[in-house]
Design a protein around this ligand. Structure first.
Ligand code: NAD
Length: 302
């Protein structure tokens, strides 16, 4: 049975690695956070190996990291995966990073004769727990075929988008731009409903069979808004990261996306107000602070 390493044992990496352990793989893990490593160890994983020794001894290495800086240091640093991996190892980055980061790593990996796939995922923590993730993969088809049996144990849709390294990332950024739209739409619409004295549970039931339904409405309402708890999930700061990457991409294509820009500045404001670590659906909480009484109070003051 193959040896697998997972680097980054957070909201996504931990359930993915637990599922690999359950499937019978020997799984090594690494995270800067000792609590995350302890949870992984409790699930049956092995900790304590350095990044170079993971690179030398594992067949497949999956990373799930929160930023381009973290990804670039794990892949491209002196002690990183690209310089220190065995030529038979397949490196798979499931983090959402920029297309430029994908290209930089691809260039270095090719130079060192290492297989590297840029494979962001969608489906959220629920998908990571239930093995229903979608993998959007850019990179060499041969490496994809080598990694497929492992990725098939983690997801329902393991799709090779193309050999262009950034093709999965661009697909993922389009997905997350839409997530940003839907989350904002759900937040404003539900606030209007609440301020109009509608029963939000009944509204959900009715819209569930109407065109106003969306997977994001279901996710955000059922798992967060209905119970007024916002532990992630998918943190607002990670969504903001992806919206920024999508806007950067638009700028490179010389496209103006005015609605997306307005959305981004709204999320940025909520992050600045200290809600970045909360699930993205916390936008509803922020929007619902704008009550009719506050508005009329403001008007009275003017
Ligand atoms: P997270 O913040 O919960 O987990 C990231 C983990 O990486 C943390 O445990 C952190 O300690 C660790 N880490 C940071 N730097 C490290 C380093 N240099 N070495 C080792 N460990 C390091 O984030 P997450 O929600 O699990 O997301 C991970 C990635 O997956 C992100 O790129 C995100 O955009 C993407 N993603 C998340 C979701 C979601 O629903 N949460 C869905 C799809 C994609």
């Amino acid at each position: 049975m193959e040896k697998i390493a997972v680097i980054g044992l957070g909201n996504m990496g931990l359930p993915m690695s637990s599922n690999l352990i359950e499937s019978g793989y020997t799984v090594y893990g690494s995270d800067l956070n000792a609590d995350a490593e302890a949870s992984f160890q409790q699930a049956g994983g092995a900790i304590g190996a350095s990044i170079p020794s993971l690179g030398q001894n594992c067949d497949v290495i999956i990373t799930s990291l929160p930023s381009t800086d973290a990804v670039e240091s794990i892949f491209l640093g002196d002690e990183g995966l690209v310089r220190n991996s065995h030529p038979n190892t397949v490196l798979i980055d499931t983090s959402t990073v920029t297309p430029e980061t994908n290209s930089k790593i691809e260039k270095a990996a090719k130079k060192n004769g290492i297989d590297y796939l840029a494979s962001p995922v969608s489906g959220g923590v629920v998908g990571a727990l239930n093995r229903t993730l979608t993998f959007m993969i850019g990179g060499p088809r041969e490496a994809y075929e080598k990694a497929l049996p492992v990725l098939d144990t983690l997801g329902e849709n393991v799709v090779h988008i193309s050999e262009k390294i950034e093709s999965g990332t661009v697909t993922k950024l389009i997905n997350n731009l839409l997530i940003g739209f839907y989350t904002a739409g759900v937040s404003e619409a539900l606030n209007l409903a609440k301020q109009s004295d509608l029963d939000l549970d009944q509204l959900f039931t009715i819209l569930n069979v109407s065109y106003g339904q969306s997977r994001i409405y279901e996710r955000n309402y059922k798992s967060f808004i209905a119970s007024d708890q916002y532990e992630p999930g998918f943190s607002l700061k990670l969504l903001n990261k992806d919206l920024r990457f999508a806007l950067d991409l638009a700028e490179k294509k010389e496209l103006d996306l005015p609605i997306s820009k307005a959305l981004f500045s709204m999320y940025e404001e909520v992050e600045k107000n200290g809600f970045g670590e909360k699930d993205m659906s916390v936008l509803y909480r922020k929007i619902s602070e704008q009550t009719p009484s506050l508005l009329s109070g403001k008007e009275m003051m003017e």
